[in-house]
Design a protein around this ligand. Structure first.
Ligand code: ADP
Ligand code: MG
Length: 264
């Protein structure tokens, strides 16, 4: 787990994380995280509860302020702007702009209950004003088809199953034309029979070349769809590599221990 004292950011990577640390009060929950995700790569994040997976995703989307280190997305440093070789912290409005190219899907779908499926999907694009009305509509209808929900355009979320709601949440994130998609246990709140339909949508998305980071306990998905798996424990990335290496030939004792308890 030792790392060179000062790793430079990889400005070519979709995601470059360097010496990232995050504390809540006295408690350091992310410790010197170094990670690169290439454009088009799909990375699974696995590990026991409390190991820091959600916090790492939230830092990538600036839902948490980082304590140390740097995150660059497509060569742009999050949270800061550089002028005359000095770094200046960005204000909330500029942070919101930096978040735009990153879509996030949560365990709880977080759809707006008082808005129809179509309204849920078109709300952010309308507010962001980066597409015309015609573009927003065409894109929303295309996305609804893509997640297999074309006929539910005018339905309200509570009429939908959990699997359907999560597919709407994915379409909603995609409506902003993100370059990176972050998923935090997207199938953990679903009844087992509904997990497959959401994973299928995610697999289709991966096949389009989307850069994705997926926190998941679905080891079959991690093995078959993801390019690499990172195992986190105690705020560290303990092991990272291709699925077959990590799942079939784990090097770290704690990873071996973890795998005993999950089906793979
Ligand atoms: P995971 O997603 O792997 O289960 P988390 O990233 O949610 O782990 O949490 C990592 C650690 O950080 C846990 O010990 C958790 O209790 C703590 N933590 C997460 N969010 C907060 C917060 N807002 N305030 C204080 N502690 C937090
Ligand atoms: Mg979590």
């Amino acid at each position: 787990m030792s790392s060179p004292t000062h790793l430079l950011p990889n400005l070519e990577a979709a995601i470059s994380v360097r010496h990232l640390a995050k504390s809540f009060g006295e408690k350091e929950v992310l410790k010197d995280i170094n990670l690169e995700v290439a454009e088009g790569e799909v990375l699974a994040l696995i590990g026991p509860s409390g190991s820091g997976k959600s916090t790492l995703l939230r830092c990538m989307n600036q839902l948490e302020e980082i304590s140390r280190g740097a995150i660059h997305l497509f060569g742009t440093r999050l949270g800061f702007t550089e002028k005359d070789q000095k770094l200046y912290q960005l204000r909330e409005k500029e942070l919101a702009k930096q978040r735009l190219p990153t879509g996030m899907v949560f365990q709880q779908f977080n759809l707006f209950p008082h808005l129809s499926v179509y309204e849920n999907i078109t709300l952010s694009p309308k507010l962001a004003r980066i597409q015309t009305k015609t573009e927003i509509k065409a894109r929303a209808l295309q996305l609804l088809d893509r997640v297999g929900l074309g006929q539910f355009k005018d339905t309200y979320p509570q009429k939908l199953s959990g699997g359907q709601q999560q597919r709407v949440a994915i379409a909603r994130a995609l409506a902003m034309n993100p370059r990176i998609m972050l998923f935090d246990e997207p199938t953990s709140a679903l009844d087992p029979e509904l997990v497959g339909e959401v994973l299928t949508v995610m697999q289709d998305l991966a096949e389009t070349g989307m850069t994705m980071v997926v926190v998941t306990h679905e080891m079959e998905f991690a093995r078959n769809v993801c390019d690499r798996i990172a195992f986190m424990e105690g705020g560290h990335i303990v092991e990272i590599g291709p699925p077959d290496d990590l799942l079939d030939r784990p090097q770290n004792a704690r990873l071996r221990d973890f795998l005993v308890h999950v089906e793979h």
